[in-house]
Design a protein around this ligand. Structure first.
Ligand code: PMP
Ligand code: GLN
Length: 387
């Protein structure tokens, strides 16, 4: 349909379709195995499905409370207390959101005013920058190579100015699979206290962590928790990315401001699913078994591609394995990801799409949250590639 006016001015002039949508569409068009967009190929637990059914039939089908179903907030408070010894009050410090995406967007909107700077570590998940820019803020990048081996805290310190308002962290990290150490969290704590900054901590992969490493939540350090919006998601934890149920934990003064925005963005989140998750959370095995489940998948995929000539980067957590192809090809990572989708039948995500400035580290991200057969088939196809 022809538009009648072009009088609007784009709020996000640099933004197009996300790389996840682009690569998933290409995978579909070419019938390739989709190891690009990060989502599980397998279904969630039948027990969890039965719980949703139960609550729908019980008539839990009208608006949930704006802050979320209390039973779910209580279950989260209990779970976080057991893991970190930090108490979040279910009534005024926990809000159920439409996925972590909404939690992140609202947390960023709550703290960022026009002209404020927000420090981000890149490669970075794609939703942070648009959320900052929509609020008139300016992202300030600490650029790490995709190996993301260690964080140079002197560099981070050097990025702080009078305008710095907040810092966004993500552990376990998408796209690299890096897990922050206790030292990183300690350094962060010192920095944010010194400069009086807010922290937005994206912990959606908290239960997907390998090789005996431990997730260290921002909630586990009381001084850090006191200035943090902690964003989480049940999408990753229960194989339910399509349900879009997440949460934000923060001190009560922060939560009060957060809810002013949340209530006009979505008001509240899908009711019967919240009841179902609250009940399912009572059995910790449902999420404590996740690390070994995904570690096996990581190992199956890595073993399947070990003879391809691709170099494996460390994957300490998350859904993702990054590989370097610099020994095999000179192609730009986007061009190679597209060619592998079309010609080899395996889709991945080019790491350059997680950077602000044009870059090419010759690294691709593969998602191993797939059935073992799929991972083995993808390995066979990648072994046949003529680079
Ligand atoms: N943060 C990171 C690092 C993610 O990978 C994702 C989802 N893939 C999200 C946030 C968004 O989570 P949700 O799907 O619950 O909105
Ligand atoms: N977080 C998912 C990923 O990293 C994608 C989510 C999305 O498509 N927005 O692949």
């Amino acid at each position: 349909m022809p538009s009648a006016t072009s009088a609007f001015q784009s709020k996000l002039p640099k933004v197009g379709t996300t790389i996840f949508t682009h690569m998933s569409k290409l995978a579909e068009d070419y019938k390739a195995i989709n190891l690009a967009q990060g989502f599980p190929e397998f279904d969630c637990s039948p027990d969890l499905q039965k719980l949703v059914d139960k609550y729908i039939k019980q008539g839990k089908n009208q608006y949930a409370p704006m802050a979320g179903v209390l039973a779910l907030r209580e279950a989260i408070a209990q779970k976080v207390f057991e893991a970190t010894s930090t108490e979040y009050h279910p009534v005024n410090e926990i809000t159920i959101t439409s996925g972590a995406t909404e939690a992140l967007y609202v947390a960023i909107s709550t703290v960022v005013n026009r002209g404020d700077e927000v420090i981000i570590f890149e490669p970075a998940y794609d939703s942070y920058v648009p959320a900052i820019e929509m609020n008139g803020g300016l992202p300030v990048f600490v650029t790490l190579d995709p190996q993301y081996e260690y964080i140079d805290w002197e560099i981070v310190n050097s990025k702080v100015t009078e305008k710095t308002k907040a810092i966004i962290i993500n552990t376990p990290h998408n796209p690299t699979g890096k897990v922050w150490t206790a030292t990183d969290l300690k350094q962060l704590d010192l920095l944010v206290e010194k400069h009086d900054l807010f922290v937005i901590s994206d912990e959606v992969y908290e239960h997907i962590i390998f090789d005996g490493l431990q997730h260290i939540s921002a909630a586990s350090i009381p001084s850090l928790a006191a200035r943090t919006f902690l964003c989480g998601s049940f999408g990753k934890t229960f194989h339910t990315t399509g349900w879009k149920v997440g949460y934000c934990l923060s001190p009560k003064e922060f939560t009060a401001e957060f809810r002013k925005i949340h209530q006009y963005m979505v008001f509240s989140v899908i009711t019967p699913f919240q009841f179902a998750i609250a009940e399912f959370l009572k059995e910790p095995e449902h999420y404590l078994s996740l690390s070994s489940f995904y570690e096996t998948k990581r190992n199956i995929f890595n073993n399947a591609i070990k003879d391809t000539g691709l170099t494996l980067k460390p994957s300490e957590g998350s859904f993702f394995q990054n590989v370097c192809y610099e020994n095999l090809s000179d192609e730009h990572d986007l061009a190679l990801a597209e060619r592998l989708t079309k010609e080899a039948g395996v889709a991945s995500i080019p790491i350059s799409s997680f950077y602000d400035q044009p870059s090419d580290f010759r690294v691709l991200r593969f998602c191993f949250a797939k059935n073992n057969d799929t991972l083995l088939r993808a390995g066979e196809l990648l072994n046949k590639v003529i680079w």
